[in-house]
Design a protein around this ligand. Structure first.
Ligand code: ADP
Ligand code: MG
Length: 407
């Protein structure tokens, strides 16, 4: 699960990590109202208005409705015109940004609608660095990545100048050691008070990552200010879904408007669903069978469009939801239902298929392979339903048939 920048900054602040002052706003009035207290508290007449979407690249992204407008805007009107001028500029920005669609390199061409803004104090930037804590599943540890090339596209840095990325592994038992934090700070060219602040920053950040079960914290840029302090100017944070039950306050930060509707429906109906890039939609019960189904589709030259496990004890509604989710994917050119009825009976599956298809229609070919408890009854129900399905007696035949039908 991902959260917004302003939420990540709230969490960082709560853990004692320095972030700029800011306030989230969902209306023009709220954005304007945020200005005066911010300017008074920070003593800086400059404020920044930042689109809150679950995607980066906002600073360079532009709005569909306003091609001249960026996703992050630094407002300097207050330098001359005082706080009233800042308020007027923020009103104008908020008016255009809220409800408009921001397109960045990370949103894809369809972009994302901006429903929330973050109004933040301006920071006097001296250097922009990169800092991330990410979960390395192979190592089963968090690793810290740091670079002097902050504010840039880090994938590009990794590809073109990999030596500019510093790494450190976090031992889960002891956390990031002081010598490691020191080494990272020196590697970034930090000295004096900025170095000291960075060491505390990165140690606190890694401790927070472990405590909150994040799978990613990316701070790009991490800024050294003209006043030689170290502060997180951006914050991207993602969490391990399997650990969210331990953090109900974080689970509450979920913004469903940012999530893929298919994955959301799957989650709500208790299905395990992962979208993939192929053309054959799969509906299977049990993770092991789901994986072997994907394997056998590939074996016959097809590409699965998803991993979908309806679980051992699925009911007819869940099966119908699965059909809805699969057929909503425009890449799907055929569906392979491969069910072994152990706990789940084949007639339940058949009832789910029939009601699902009646509801959403069947725009693409479907091959059904059923085996197990009540298989005869299930097959009979499908035969008598009058639906245009192809049946298969085993997995191999089913996979072959669906690959042929989607060619
Ligand atoms: P994104 O990564 O989505 O483009 P950032 O939060 O990194 O968004 O902002 C983009 C750029 O805007 C930063 O690299 C920085 O130069 C500038 N910026 C962002 N927030 C502030 C701030 N509070 N004060 C001054 N400049 C800022
Ligand atoms: Mg950024």
């Amino acid at each position: 699960m991902k959260i917004h920048e302003y939420q990540a900054k709230q969490l960082m602040a709560a853990h004692g990590i320095p972030v700029p002052l800011g306030k989230v706003a969902v209306s023009v009035e709220a954005a304007v109202a945020a200005v005066r207290p911010l300017v008074e508290q920070s003593g800086n007449p400059v404020v920044v208005v930042k689109s809150q979407i679950h995607a980066g690249g906002r600073g360079k992204g532009t709005f569909k409705e306003h091609p001249d407008l960026r996703g992050v805007n630094v407002v300097t009107a207050g330098l001359q015109g005082g706080v009233e001028a800042t308020e007027a500029a923020v009103a104008d920005l908020a008016e255009r940004m809220l409800g408009s669609t921001l397109v960045t390199i990370q949103t894809g061409p369809s972009g994302k609608r901006v429903n929330r803004l973050y109004v933040e104090q301006g920071v006097n930037i001296d250097r922009e660095l990169y800092l991330a804590v990410l979960l390395d599943r192979a190592l089963a540890r968090n690793i810290v990545m740091a670079s002097t090339e902050g504010g840039m596209d880090i994938e590009k840095v990794a590809e073109e100048t990999p030596d500019k990325i510093l790494r450190a592994e976090v031992d889960p038992a002891v956390g990031l050691a002081t010598f490691q934090a020191n080494g990272l700070g020196w590697g970034l060219g930090l000295e004096g008070p900025a170095h000291t602040e960075f060491v505390l920053f990165v140690k606190t950040l890694t401790a927070m990552a472990t405590q909150l079960d994040t799978d990613l914290i990316e701070i790009n840029p991490l800024v050294v200010t003209k006043e030689a302090t170290v502060i997180a100017l951006d914050g991207k944070m993602g969490f391990d879904d399997n650990a969210l039950y331990r953090h109900p306050d974080i689970a509450n930060m979920r913004d469903e408007t940012e999530e893929d509707p298919a994955e959301l429906e799957a989650k709500e109906t208790g299905l395990s669903y992962i979208k993939l890039n192929g053309t054959i939609g799969c509906m299977v019960n049990g993770a092991g069978l789901a994986m072997s189904t994907m394997d056998i589709i590939k074996h016959f030259g097809g590409e699965p469009a998803n991993f979908l496990d309806v679980g051992g004890g699925a009911n007819a509604e869940q099966v119908a939801a699965a059909i809805r989710i699969i057929t909503a994917d425009p890449n799907v050119k055929g569906i392979f239902v491969n069910i072994f009825g152990g706990i789940m009976r084949c007639d339940t599956i058949a009832a789910g298929i029939i009601s699902g298809v009646k509801e959403v229609g069947l725009p693409v070919p479907m091959v059904v392979r059923l085996e197990g408890t009540n298989v005869e009854l299930g097959k009979q129900m499908l035969d008598e339903s009058g639906l245009n399905l192809v049946t298969a007696t085993d997995m191999k035949e089913g996979a072959q048939k669906i690959v042929e039908l989607t060619r």
